[in-house]
Design a protein around this ligand. Sequence first.
Ligand SMILES: *Cc1c(COP(=O)(O)O)cnc(C)c1O
Length: 405
Amino acid sequence: MNFNGVNFDTYFKSYPDNNGYFGKYGGAYVSPELKKAMEEIAESYFTICKSAKFINELRRIRKDFQGRPTPISHLERLSNKLGNVQIYVKREDLNHTGAHKLNHCMGEALLAKYMGKKKVIAETGAGQHGVALATAAAYFGLECDIYMGSVDIKKQAPNVARMKILGANVVEVTHGLATLKEAVDAAFDAYCREYKDAIYCIGSVVGPHPFPMMVRDFQSVVGIEAREQFLEMTGELPDAVVACVGGGSNAMGMFSGFLNDPVDIYGVEPLGRGTQLGDHAASLQYGEEGIMHGFNSIMLKDENGEPAPVYSVASGLDYPSSGPEHAFLHDIGRVKYDVVNDDETIDAFFELSRLEGIIPAIESSHAVAYAVKLAKKMGKGSILVCLSGRGDKDMDYIIEKYGIR
Ligand SMILES: *Cc1c(COP(=O)(O)O)cnc(C)c1O
């Protein structure tokens, strides 16, 4: 399929290009030292990901450890309530550890093992990436250093405990605002010192090349499974596919299964409290081109051109940019990016729980909320939503802030 000059028959071979660009987005804007380390990872990945041994081991892990394939569920009661549009969800909440993040963490840790590395390094904000990576490190017997701001360590005590129980070393970052940005810097610094023995594991389709590509590839299992399952279940392709976008990994995984199909694809960003800068994290909707964290993409900037403060009710979505591939798919119009706010999201959270017996993560509730709006607009047809994770981690916050409805 050709779309605005891009040939999607050969898309995955051509995007990203050899330097990690999706059109003008992507690349590797890092120090010469780190650049060398990134090139080593890219080279190893290109060789290892084609070996039958690696592919088979990853397949076995997906099945025996992660519990894949995760099913697709038809949301009959919600669909009936909305009218004639049938809504389906891909159940990444049933993936081991309760979200899609383990899909790329297992891939990254397996790559570390094949590259002969002893340690994985990452930063974490809300702690979800840290827990997924600590899980993968425990599975492979790798050391694991997770950098985390002291403010986040206090806020996310249960996830800090999980990481420690899994054997990870949680390194407290105290400088600056002591949140995610400082943790990213500290993890990059550590990686610069330790790259001979360690590999840096990014938590989404962001960061310098080759990470946006590798994380997409590892997450593509979601879209590949979902396409096959949907065809088997209904005999057709869905009319629309929907996923929430923070950094964009669950969305890229899901979308990659459908880019070459006559299917409308929607990425949903968090509008938070409103359209003012600082009240949302809808970077593709309101951002502009810029470089941060080692890659060129569309980002939210403050008056000094630095990454702007962002907010979302879902801590996994409050990132001031999105992966370069999303910026590219946005520009060519293959994927439509839209927003839902906190209130619509929380309504969807309770509605899905009550009508279907699925308590979704607040991140995933954004995608469900959008599907509800889209269903009303479409009037007929089918929507497949990526339910990126389960809501157990959000219980305390929901009860405190919204009570039980
Ligand atoms: C982290 C997280 C997200 C956001 O990350 P993406 O890279 O945008 O997918 C979405 N949903 C859940 C459940 C998460 O834990």
